[in-house]
Design a protein around this ligand. Structure first.
Ligand SMILES: *[C@@H]1O[C@H](CO)[C@@H](O)[C@H](O)[C@H]1NC(C)=O
Length: 216
């Protein structure tokens, strides 16, 4: 976070919040490996069909397409890049949610019912773990190299971390089971559900890439 320009980051967070998880592609550029953009010019216009087809294997194909089609130039027809960019999109969503929950949690310490305050606090903790796991996955995707067993090992790390992130996000939701219904609860649960959807999509694209590199 420290390396971001604070003003831009704020406005990104703000617009991401307004758009409620339908990000503008340009906002996402701040969050993913910018080296991907250096080869953009090769396919001006990009290949959105490749993204549409790849998204069909995910649980939320429409969200997958809308959240990734803006990166067509960076993806080209490369399933590893598509998976990496999907991971970076899920990272920015998870980070935003962690910040949002942190804010709510701080406020809840003054006056919210204790069960809600505890659920928010736990949610912030598990979301922090999810952010670390997604960040680790992104790092690994940026460093992918080799082939065969070596590549399979690197990808199995990514699969493990992305599944763990999904589990942590789900744990946040579980923590609200005993919290009485209300705007705060539905706000958090709706937000978490959106993050889970993009995380699930990213994992599906990772799995799909793994299937491609492990079948000869
Ligand atoms: C969290 O609170 C800070 C300070 O009040 C604010 O600038 C930021 O936008 C908030 N973040 C989210 C994601 O709500």
């Amino acid at each position: 976070m420290k390396t971001q320009r604070p003003l831009s980051l704020l406005s990104i967070l703000f617009s991401a919040f307004l758009l409620h998880f339908h990000p503008t592609p340009t906002a996402g550029y701040y969050f993913y490996d910018t080296s991907a953009t250096t080869t953009d010019t090769a396919t001006a216009g990009g290949d959105t069909n490749f993204i549409r087809t790849s998204c069909e294997i995910t649980l939320y194909p429409d969200l997958c397409y809308t959240s990734l089609s803006g990166y067509a130039n960076a993806v080209q027809q490369d399933p590893a890049r598509l998976a990496r960019i999907a991971i970076s999109v899920s990272l920015s969503k998870a980070k935003h949610m962690a910040a949002y929950v942190s804010n709510l949690s701080r406020k809840a310490d003054y006056g919210a019912p204790p069960r809600a305050a505890a659920a928010l606090h736990d949610c912030f903790t598990v979301f922090g773990d999810a952010v670390d796991q997604i960040r680790g996955s992104l790092k690994q995707m940026r460093r992918l190299g080799g082939s065969g067993d070596s590549l399979r090992f690197q990808m199995s790390n990514v699969q493990t971390w992305m599944s763990a992130a999904l589990t942590n996000e789900d744990t946040c939701t579980d923590g609200f089971e005993d919290v009485p219904d209300g705007p705060l609860k539905s706000d958090v649960l709706d937000g978490v559900a959106k993050v889970e959807e993009v995380t699930s999509n990213a994992l599906a694209l990772v799995n799909s890439y793994v299937a491609k590199v492990t079948t000869p």
